[in-house]
Design a protein around this ligand. Sequence first.
Ligand SMILES: [Zn+2]
Ligand SMILES: [Zn+2]
Length: 82
Amino acid sequence: MGTCVTCGNEYDGSFEVTTASGERHVFDSIECAAATIAPECVNCGTRILGHGVQNEQHIFCCAHCAGAYGVTGASDRVTSGS
Ligand SMILES: [Zn+2]
Ligand SMILES: [Zn+2]
């Protein structure tokens, strides 16, 4: 039993997530986890639930947003094999 840090729900199916920076959080759902720890696109503010597009300083939801923010040469990591 844990208490979700996002919404405060006590739930026996709660789970713990350790972020890349070593912070540990308890959540009752993937949605609450995303609301707290998913990064936001620097350009449009969308929560990034997949890999996103990164350069050294910023993370974006897609190559379009990276381009709109002025990052040149960004491309989505997942390609169709071409
Ligand atoms: Zn919650
Ligand atoms: Zn975006």
